[in-house]
Design a protein around this ligand. Structure first.
Ligand code: SAH
Length: 394
């Protein structure tokens, strides 16, 4: 195995089991390692500390998955995969759902591997050249471990491009005759389009939060902003919301949202569908003096990197301020951020600026994060990307 030697002092984060090594921490790459190769990681004195995937074109050239002075055992990847799957046993046993994340990258000691279960199918992403090399074997192992009807690759995201990988989508194993898969989540049914959907098809990370938010829906008019395929709408409508307004820029997602309402026998709820930009729609509602009893704000990642933090902060402040103004007395605001660069403390501060400018007081009722199928290692807090609050706006 080739070796990557770190600069003096830069071994500290490796010893704390942080999996990322940035280029400015690297002194020397011995043996001319190739993208995707597994390398040893040594401190400046040459002591081997760990092993990881090497990729010179990435801003994170080294992603560690194994700590110790010996190389990882040959069975490492199969074992890690098997453990990740067996750790989801409580979800597997839960008869009210059949869609969840089976493998969550670094948090499951498999950097760059995402595997999501959608009923009888698995959707997989390999997000760095090291994992990409293992893709075929991983598909075979998953067939052995889980026996799905099919495994699909959905490698079309921006992340891969930054790792020097080209897009690649299609069937890796088994088959898939339809593009739309029906899943169940907490007893609700959803159509998920794998090929045209966002991420791997559904925002699985919000499962617990949808339940939490829906507790407050009874008797309320709901604005579901950034609704995607209407998951929050279906939960809140089922728990007694009186009307829905769904807003999204994706027409396909809005159409699928309508199908999802029908799937859950919710065709009788008033459902206003707005194909548009939430930032503008909220302004129009403010100018028209429209009021809601409950608003859900679940925007896409507004900060794609730390550098975009202040622009993202202005975006979050803007939509939260507008939403607070649109809420009637004691209205409920469920607001989220999935930007890794904005942590829960910063997000809370942004909300306080919004409240001040909106002239409203806020009571925080719940603090939310991603579900337990998206675990966060204590040594890798970067995995905690989703945060949200349920607030009463008084
Ligand atoms: N709440 C959804 C997930 C939302 S993901 C759920 O629970 O499933 C973010 C959504 O915002 C995506 O559907 C995307 O199409 C949409 N979107 C992105 N920018 C937008 C904008 N400016 N205005 C409206 N929708 C937007």
């Amino acid at each position: 195995m080739n070796t990557v030697v770190l600069n003096k002092g830069r071994e500290k984060s490796v010893l704390l089991h942080h999996p990322w090594v940035f280029s400015n921490a690297i002194r020397e790459v011995q043996g001319g390692a190739e993208p995707g190769e597994i390398v040893s990681v040594a401190d400046y004195r040459g002591n081997i500390l760990a092993s990881g995937f090497f990729n010179p074109v990435s801003v994170i050239p080294l992603r560690i998955f194994w700590w110790g002075n010996q190389p990882p055992p040959r069975s490492y990847f199969f074992n890690a995969l098997q453990k990740a799957v067996s750790r989801r046993i409580l979800l597997e046993r839960d008869e009210s759902l059949n869609a969840y994340r089976l493998v969550f990258s670094e948090s499951d000691f498999l950097p760059g591997l995402i595997v999501d279960r959608y009923a009888e199918y698995l959707v997989l992403q390999t997000l760095n050249p090291g994992m990409e090399r293992l893709k075929g074997r991983i598909a075979i192992w998953l067939m052995d471990l889980i026996s799905p009807r099919g495994i699909l690759e959905k490698n079309d995201g921006e992340v891969r491009r930054r790792e020097g990988l080209s897009p690649s989508s299609g069937i890796l194993a088994g088959d898939l005759h339809r593009d739309v898969i029906e899943i169940m989540e907490n007893g609700y049914r959803f159509n998920v389009s794998i090929s045209t959907g966002q991420k791997t098809g559904f925002y699985l990370d919000q499962r617990e939060n949808r339940k939490m938010v829906a507790q407050y829906a009874e008797g309320r008019s709901v604005l579901d902003a950034f609704s995607y395929t209407g998951a929050f709408s279906i939960y809140t409508a089922s728990r007694g919301a009186t009307s829905l307004v769904r807003v999204d820029t994706s027409q396909e997602a809005l159409v699928l949202g309508h199908q999802n309402l029908l799937l859950n026998n919710l065709e009788s709820i008033p459902d206003e569908v707005i194909h548009g930009n939430v930032f503008q729609v909220l302004r129009k509602f403010r100018d028209a003096n429209r009021k809601f009893d409950m608003i859900i704000l679940d925007p896409p990642k507004l900060a794609t990197s730390r550098a975009h933090r202040s622009r993202a902060a202005r975006g979050y402040k803007d939509i939260n301020l507008l939403a607070m103004k649109l809420l009637g007395p004691d209205g409920i605001l469920a607001t989220f951020s999935c930007s890794g660069g904005i942590d829960a403390m910063i997000f809370e501060r942004i909300l306080s600026w919004s409240a001040k400018d909106a002239g409203r007081e806020i009571q925080i009722l719940h603090r939310m994060s991603q579900g337990p199928d998206h675990p966060v290692l204590l040594s890798f807090p970067e995995a905690a990307y989703l945060k949200g609050f349920i607030c009463r706006v008084v």
